[in-house]
Design a protein around this ligand. Structure first.
Ligand SMILES: Cc1ncc(COP(=O)(O)O)c(C=O)c1O
Length: 452
């Protein structure tokens, strides 16, 4: 005889079956089961909520980090270099990072933004050089380019990975192009094969911005290991973090050895004490302390668990919303692993009888956590891009004629459509497959309700 598990209430049992029934589409004209009317009725209109599960408690650190911080406090210094040697926090972090993403040179730093600035500077990018990148990203991808007095050039994106479209990148290449910064948005690997081929063909540096993609893999390789430089963020909201922090890594024989000095006011740190007499470059102080490195070294040990869980949950949600009218799930190549910093899908407005705001509203009423869009505008539409006023209201390289760039004329059609038609659902390792299936069922229910 079937007995229900104690925590599985009758209501939950009926609900689970209803959701399962809802998830299987009835053929056109098939008899509709008696209870189906209630199930397909939007929660907003008085029907049952599609999402009943709640995420578990999200515990991101515990005694392991506490212990490591204690070990750091027992040291005589918290400075990354004085303390560098055996068993120090920075060394430990670097060793573990190299196991995760094999690289000859690994430098810890204060943020992902710092990592990207260090990468651009170490790649020798300077006034008037062009760097092709995506208009949908955190501004930290771009600030380092501007601080080097170089020119961010925005290329359009693929419609369902939301990453750089290699064909658009190729069209944007000019004799002034020096680098490409590929962002793995929301944890989906960019098309690194095509981008690396372009970089090789045109002698460009490929920098990977992996801030949102810890644990993601491109054809089995960790993101960051295909291009010339990998940049990661350890900011609080990332898959793993230490409050604020970053890592920049490279095995390129020209770029790798230059990373350290661009993180540390130009110091080469070849000998103890001040090495300013040997300083050859202008660089900021982007150092990370031992406390953050110790904390982050423990977080790195959690990474595989976090990444594999997110990857599995994301696949469940993709499967749950495939083949729906008016909804386009994110595209993830079968050979890649996406680690879903968040889950982003798109609407096809012409196939729905509702606005995005109404769709979001209906989804929330179903109990699904979601928000419209990601960043409010593509980066080139930010006010200081539109006015070319990056440095106290001015842009010296434009005034000097080193660039003709006019951001008021830039338009990346697909990127703008991605932002205006997208819906973001949170996804993290405290969630489970039931919540993903129910979120998928909620999206199906709302999409079918509003289908043209
Ligand atoms: C894609 C991307 N690049 C760069 C950054 C900058 O990282 P940080 O905030 O650590 O400076 C972020 C942070 O959100 C990001 O998402």
């Amino acid at each position: 005889m079937f007995t229900m598990p104690s925590k599985f209430t009758r209501r939950r049992f009926l609900y689970a079956n209803s959701v399962a029934a809802l998830a299987t589409q009835l053929p056109v004209g098939a008899a509709v089961p008696a209870n189906a009317a209630d199930i397909t009725k939007l929660a907003k209109l008085g029907g049952p909520k599609a999402v009943q599960s709640k995420p578990g408690k999200w515990v991101r650190w515990d005694d392991a980090e506490r212990q490591q911080l204690g070990a750091a406090l027992d040291q005589s210094t918290l400075f990354y270099w004085q303390g560098r040697g055996t068993n120090t926090q920075t060394t430990l972090f670097i060793e573990r990072f190299k196991q995760y993403c094999p690289s000859e040179h690994v430098v810890t730093c204060s943020s992902g933004t710092a990592a990207l600035h260090i990468a651009v500077a170490a790649a020798g990018i300077g006034p008037g050089d062009e760097v092709i990148t995506t208009p949908i990203t955190d501004i930290g991808t771009v600030t380092g380019i501007l601080f080097q007095q170089a020119v961010p050039v925005f290329a359009d994106l693929e419609p369902a990975t939301y990453n750089l479209d290699p064909k658009a990148v190729e069209r944007a290449i000019t004799p002034r192009t020096k680098a490409i910064i590929a962002v793995h948005l929301a944890g989906t690997p960019a098309n690194l094969g095509a981008l690396k081929a372009l970089a090789d063909k045109h002698n460009l540096v490929l920098i990977e911005d992996c801030a949102q993609a810890w644990g993601a893999r491109y054809q089995g390789k960790p993101v960051g290991s295909v291009g010339h430089v990998a940049c990661y963020s350890l900011m609080n909201s990332k898959h793993i973090g230490c409050g604020d922090g970053g890592v920049v890594a490279s095995s390129d024989p020209k770029i790798g050895p230059a990373l350290l000095k661009f993180s540390d006011k130009g110091n080469e740190r070849t000998t103890p004490g001040y090495t300013w007499d040997k300083t050859s470059v202008l660089a900021s102080n982007y150092r990370m302390s031992e406390l953050q490195a110790g904390f982050a070294s423990v977080q790195l040990q959690r990474l595989e668990g976090i990444a594999s869980k997110r990857a599995a949950l994301g696949r469940v949600l993709i499967d749950g919303i495939s083949d729906l009218p008016g909804v386009v799930p994110p595209k993830l190549e079968a050979a890649d692993r996406g680690t879903f910093w968040f889950f982003y899908f798109r609407l096809q407005p012409e196939r729905l009888r509702c606005t995005r705001a109404e769709f979001v509203d209906a989804l929330r009423a179903e109990g699904a956590a979601c928000n419209a869009g990601y960043i409010p505008v593509p980066v080139y539409k930010l006010p200081y891009f539109q006015s070319h006023g990056f440095f106290a209201g001015r842009w010296p390289i434009k005034e000097l004629g080193l660039t003709q760039m006019d951001y008021t004329q830039v338009k990346c059609t697909e990127a703008e459509a991605i932002l205006s038609t997208g819906i973001q659902c949170p996804l993290n390792e405290a969630m489970d497959e039931a919540l993903m299936r129910e979120t998928g069922a909620a999206i199906r229910k709302v999409a079918k309700h509003f289908a043209v």
